[in-house]
Design a protein around this ligand. Structure first.
Ligand SMILES: O=c1[nH]cnc2c1ncn2[C@H]1C[C@H](O)[C@@H](CO)O1
Ligand SMILES: [Zn+2]
Length: 372
């Protein structure tokens, strides 16, 4: 319904109605607390740190609030621990698609590391099969519920391990069945992207896209390597790109004097998408506070910024909540949110015609109603 009296006020309810696009969300960082408890009971996982839903939800949020990426990552032991059977993997993937759709996400790329789900004897291909079946079943449940969503998968290799080439091959093997790209994740310091050159070379050789977690816990060199040596299509986080921008006082809203170094200029000129995850960045200490997050500086300088959740369970967040935080912190309106959303859809690893169709048929009409 068109709004004849101007823009709809921005709050959590109206943000949930906005058609949103999510490029950076970890499957093993987005479980429902109740599902973690049920799967632990069903699969005999005995190491959970809490026994009730509210306690477990609070534990994940607090434990992830450590200010250190390495400590933050330790919380995944418990989600990965209950995701070791085909049934558990399919259930988590189905609920992920349903939860994102209920929040108004219309397109999502959800990532996970298959190599972490082999503890009970599954093969890498069996893991992929279970997760992709789960996404398909979640998509169909969401369609029935009147909230259609397209969910695709990014296949992650863990940067401290040595299986990235194998995981790149797995990605290509599944690329026409829902896997649209490759990624590396895990502790950044000490594990530069260039450790995985053969995996990236394999992806490039097969004309297949990839993103790299870079510039989160480690600085500009990591971003430079990801771009210059590895040839990534997008940057996961990339917040430390601010280290290559001078002439703006921290916290200032005056961006006129900004001077970009070579790496920052390359990121902006080549329209390299930045998968920014505001809440997660505060939790891991990548930024001191939301107010000091470089999101607004980068948005004002017209970098291709996108809004993402990273880990909904650990950050107790959703796409709508991340957008609300940005609205409250930086004063954005619907037109800004639409721009970030179109930035994301343009940057998706989906074929061009499908991206365009979602922009023209879903995103623009959806925001037009809210803009009024
Ligand atoms: O923000 C992150 N940075 C680096 N690694 C991460 C982040 N969030 C999740 N991960 C890791 C932990 C998961 O087990 C893995 C695959 O989803 O990716
Ligand atoms: Zn991430």
């Amino acid at each position: 319904m068109a709004n004849p009296v101007g823009p709809t006020p921005i709050d959590l309810a109206s943000l949930k109605r906005a058609p949103k696009v999510l490029l950076h969300d970890h499957l093993d960082g987005g479980l429902r607390p109740a599902t973690v408890l049920e799967l632990a009971a069903e699969t005999g996982y005995a190491n959970l740190p809490a026994t009730t839903e509210p306690e477990l939800a609070a534990w994940f949020r607090d434990a992830a609030d450590s200010g250190s990426l390495v400590k933050y990552l330790e919380t995944f032991e418990h989600t990965v621990g209950v995701m070791q059977t085909p049934e558990a993997l399919a259930r988590v993937a189905r609920e992920c698609a349903e939860d994102l759709a209920a929040d108004g996400v219309v397109y999502a790329e959800v990532r996970f590391a298959p190599e972490q789900h082999l503890q009970r004897g599954l093969s890498l291909d069996e893991v992929m099969e279970a997760v992709l079946a789960g996404f398909a079943s979640g998509e169909s449940a969401a369609r029935t519920a009147g909230r259609p969503i397209v969910v695709r998968c990014l296949v992650t290799a863990m940067r401290h391990a040595a299986r990235s080439r194998e995981i790149a091959e797995l990605t290509v093997r599944w690329r026409d069945r829902g896997a649209v790209g490759f990624d590396i994740a895990g502790a950044e310091a000490g594990f530069p992207p260039s450790r995985h050159l053969d995996a990236f070379e394999y992806m490039r050789d097969h004309s297949a896209p990839f993103t790299i977690h870079a510039g989160e816990a480690f600085g500009l060199p990591s971003i430079h390597e990801a771009l210059a040596f590895c040839g990534c299509d997008r940057l996961g986080h990339g917040v430390r790109i601010v280290d290559d921008i001078d002439g703006v006082e921290p916290g200032s809203a005056d961006f006129a004097g900004a001077r970009l170094g070579r790496v920052a200029a390359r990121v902006r000129d080549a329209r390299i998408p930045l998968e920014m995850c505001p809440s997660s960045n505060v939790q891991t200490g990548a930024v001191a506070s939301l107010e000091e997050h470089p999101f607004n500086l980068l948005a004002q300088l017209r970098f291709r910024v996108t809004v993402n959740t990273d880990n909904r369970l650990m950050s107790d967040t959703t796409m709508s909540k991340e957008m609300l935080k940005l609205v409250e912190t930086f004063g954005y309106g619907w037109t800004d949110l639409q721009r970030f959303t179109i930035n994301a859809m343009k940057s998706a690893f989906l074929p061009f015609d499908e991206r365009l169709a979602i922009i023209d048929e879903t995103i623009k009409p959806g925001f037009a109603v809210l803009i009024g």
